[in-house]
Design a protein around this ligand. Structure first.
Ligand SMILES: Nc1ncnc2c1ncn2[C@@H]1O[C@H](COP(=O)(O)OP(=O)(O)OP(=O)(O)O)[C@@H](O)[C@H]1O
Length: 255
């Protein structure tokens, strides 16, 4: 069994719990012979082996239906594999107790194509929500929310509501929300899918800064220009299989 449960004292009990799963090895995600077959019989991910280390920035590319989202969902425990093994920072997910899943999830920031902000809550409230659930004191919540708003350069929009923001600003709020627990890993499923090219580059600047500060970023994308102009590790899927895994890869092989 490879469960890594290092207890570190940082700032009291809550902080300690949040970091339980991610103090340890440099390997954050390890998928061994992983297959995901949905209930309808479709095998979306077929026998893949993928390893992602601390500090990496990884693009996940491939045609529609290739299995990218299914792979991404398995990294944040939204889907579980039907065969094979997944380790998160050395923790075998099969060994993880159900009650520990929310704790592990707190170490994984997730950003979606459609932002998923709550329309009736202000920017501040949307981001604070995750900490209020944890019953953090008010002054801690305020400090942390303004820290992440600063990171995405939106401190001046804290009182705004989502519908008062541009698409790019809404995506930056959703990134701020994903970063509120300072997760070691940020997963983004098509984060620029709803945005124009210029706005998309603004989102990339934010994601690259988050990565430069030490957070691992895994980003599924159809954005050929971003992948080719800002080269990083590329994992390419096709028909549920990993067909390429290259450092500084391109969006696709030139024909
Ligand atoms: N919840 C589900 N139930 C059944 N089949 C699914 C489910 N989610 C995805 N699939 C199927 O699995 C395959 C892979 O889908 P997936 O969404 O992982 O691909 P993708 O590469 O992310 O595609 P896109 O780029 O269009 O988002 C597809 O054939 C899809 O229809």
């Amino acid at each position: 069994m490879r469960v890594t449960l290092k207890i570190v004292t940082i700032q009291g009990m809550r902080e300690r719990k949040m970091h339980v799963f991610f103090e340890g090895s440099d390997r954050l995600i390890e998928m061994r012979d992983v297959t995901k077959t949905y209930g309808n019989g479709i095998t979306a991910v077929n026998n893949i082996n993928v390893f992602i280390d601390k500090g990496e920035f990884v693009y996940v590319v491939g045609p529609s239906g290739a299995g990218k989202s299914t792979f991404i969902k398995m990294t944040y425990l939204e889907e579980r594999p039907t065969a094979g093994k997944i380790y998160m920072n050395g923790t075998d997910l099969d060994e993880l107790k159900r009650k520990h899943i929310p704790l592990l999830r707190r170490n994984i920031g997730v950003v979606f194509q459609d932002f998923k902000l709550l329309p009736k809550l202000s920017v501040f409230e949307n981001i604070a929500f995750a900490l209020e659930v944890l019953e953090e004191p008010r002054h801690v919540i305020k400090k942390r929310v303004f820290e992440v708003l600063d990171l995405v350069r939106l401190k001046n929009k804290a009182r705004f509501y989502p519908q008062e923001l541009s698409g790019g600003e809404q995506q930056r709020v959703s990134i701020a929300r994903a970063m509120i627990n300072h997760p070691p890993i940020l997963i983004a499923d098509e984060p620029t899918g709803n945005l124009d090219p210029q706005t998309s580059w603004g989102i990339m600047d934010v994601l690259q800064e988050i990565n430069a500060r030490g957070t691992t970023v895994v980003m599924a994308t159809h954005n050929k220009e971003i992948v080719n102009v800002s080269p990083k590790r590329v994992i390419a899927f096709e028909g549920g299989r990993v067909t390429r895994d290259e450092q500084r890869g391109r969006y696709a092989y030139e024909k």
